[in-house]
Design a protein around this ligand. Sequence first.
Ligand code: AKB
Length: 323
Amino acid sequence: MERILVIGANGQIGNELVDALVAQHGADNVIAADIGPRSLFGARRYEPVDVLDSNAVAHCIENYGVTQVYQLAALLSVTGEQVPLKAWTLNMNGLLNILEIARERGQSGKPLRVFWPSSIAAFGPHTPAVDTPQLAVMDPTTIYGISKQAGERLCEYYFSKFGVDVRSIRYPGIISYKSPPGGGTTDYAIAIFHAAQRGETYPCYLGPETTLPMIYMPDAIRATIELMDAPAERVRIRSAYNVAGLSFNPRELAQKIKQYLPQFGISYEPDSRQTIADSWPHSLDDTYARADWGWHARIGLEQLVLDMLANIKAPRCELHQAA
Ligand code: AKB
């Protein structure tokens, strides 16, 4: 029986991951943790824990007999640029605290499996942008991306040096409707749906041709759990796996939304986020994830748009049946 701790449970991924883990393992076996007050999700157990407080985290893990930790607490690319030192401290020390706890527990015969999210932000302007391979030049330009690249090295180090069973995914931009994302460059692809449903023209902060790798939340959650459930010997990559969902740009997304909401309009007003997006891949090659643990994305643009529009309630607009 697994006992699972999700740190950063109030965030965009954490919120939905907790529900999925509760459905799989039962509410008694999932402990949601975050620094803020309890948010709305299915977990029966909530712990107010700061991942930077290593003793508190270790205590929580010991108390509940935790066997798996998802360490999701982080500052993303845009917020990170506003407070780089804070982003570095949270993103690096948060991970390091968990890896150290896992190392110590492993030595005392209480192994801890760890999930930590990396991101496409770990890549940079010299990375091949199309079908970015698993092993590629990585020269991230944001503090968030630098923390992800360094984090990947730490994960691999703790696995090869200490045998810590740590697993990671380089998440593309994650699109979801249940809880808002926090301070990312890919957030336009969520905000656009809210504007569309309010009947507003969306002022997009990225140019029309800015293609980025994205993934719909149900696919992202499934990838995460499938990787964590894979037998250890199948997990050959201990830095972080490329996982592809779909790729599109703002023009293509707006066009698809217009098929269902013909009155929807978009304008383009690129700002500093454009520079970040321009340094990231357009699409990912996820051959390793497919070969090692059977990953394949299921949700394409059509289904994503329909589902987002159906779940972000329309105050005034009726969904138009696309031809
Ligand atoms: C961001 O835009 O910062 C994140 C990410 C791609 O990691 N969504």
